[in-house]
Ligand binder design. Structure first.
Ligand code: GUN
Length: 283
């Protein structure tokens, strides 16, 4: 066994950023500069790091970005008032409220306030509905799952007819991932913390997407030889970043995404893409 082909998300994301730069230059000729506003509540260091990388990526491709930082004890009403202001600001094409929000704020309520046409995260129920009714092209799709579809597509992997198993059922990754794979005509199973016989489900997967947040959880003998394994995990163990999939899986998988350098860079690339799309739709 030669071992899995590594899917280089960093390189594929760089290709996408290059393509987007060209699209942004076209928009600039029409005096449109795409703009993203990120709302960051509180001082969670991980969130601050994510927001900084989003800003850096925006600057690199020529998207205007702005961070609205609010104190961790800000009221829900104040946060909603800010979002309403951004909704009506024509300079703002995309609005992203960094999650998680502090416990006193109901994120379901807050996310519903974002104008669906500016919801570059794809979390608003209107956009969720568009995805599940097959109208994803009209709305916005969450960035991590759409980035994964892009990885599959650009690696020449066609999900049609394959058994796809998604582990994790979050609104950010698991559920939209399942919707996109279904739309691509895969046979989709969603597994989660209460699933019985998880290993057996994993062994049936031609495409296995793992988003559970448990370091090196998926083992080599759970994976079908030749399967495509997508690792969405971002865990820190003794200061080292690692995914949800054990290294040993590389010996049996056909394709695998590394951590770091797999799914992560694609999430940001898709955020840039959604922001460009939001700006193009104002034309
Ligand atoms: N926190 C972790 N992932 C995400 C994401 O994709 N979007 C937002 N807004 N917050 C997050």
């Amino acid at each position: 066994m030669l071992g899995a082909q590594i899917i280089d998300g960093k390189a594929i994301a760089a290709d996408i950023r290059r393509e987007l730069k060209a699209e942004i230059n076209e928009l600039r000729k029409q005096d449109i500069v795409p703009g993203l506003t990120v709302v960051l509540v509180g001082d969670d260091p991980a969130s601050q790091t994510y927001v900084r990388s989003k800003q850096r990526a925006c600057a690199e491709v020529g998207i205007r970005s702005e961070v609205k930082a609010l104190a961790k004890d800000v009221s829900q009403a104040k946060l909603i008032a800010l979002i309403e202001e951004l909704n009506s600001d024509p300079e703002v094409n995309g609005i992203l409220v960094q999650l998680p929000l502090p416990a006193h704020i109901d994120s379901d309520v807050v996310l519903r306030v974002i104008d669906p046409a500016k919801d570059v995260d794809g979390f608003h129920p209107v956009n969720v509905g568009s995805l599940w009714t097959g109208l994803a092209g009209q709305g916005f799709v969450p960035c991590t799952p759409s980035g994964i579809m892009e990885l599959l597509h650009r690696t020449g992997i066609q999900p049609e007819g394959l058994n796809a198993v998604v582990i994790g059922r979050s609104n950010i990754v698991g559920k939209p991932m399942a919707g996109l794979l279904l739309q691509s005509n895969a046979t989709v199973t969603i597994c989660h913390s209460r699933t019985q016989g998880l290993e057996e489900h994993c062994r049936q997967a031609d495409i296995l997407v793992v988003a559970i947040g448990r370091a090196r959880f998926i083992q080599r003998d759970w994976v079908k030889p030749g399967a495509v394994v997508i690792d969405v995990g971002m865990n820190r163990v003794d200061g080292v970043l690692c995914g949800d999939v054990d290294e040993s899986v590389r010996q049996v998988a056909g394709y695998i995404t590394p951590v770091p350098g797999g799914v992560g860079p694609m999430t940001i690339a898709q955020l840039l893409r959604n922001t460009v799309i939001a700006a193009q739709r104002t034309l």
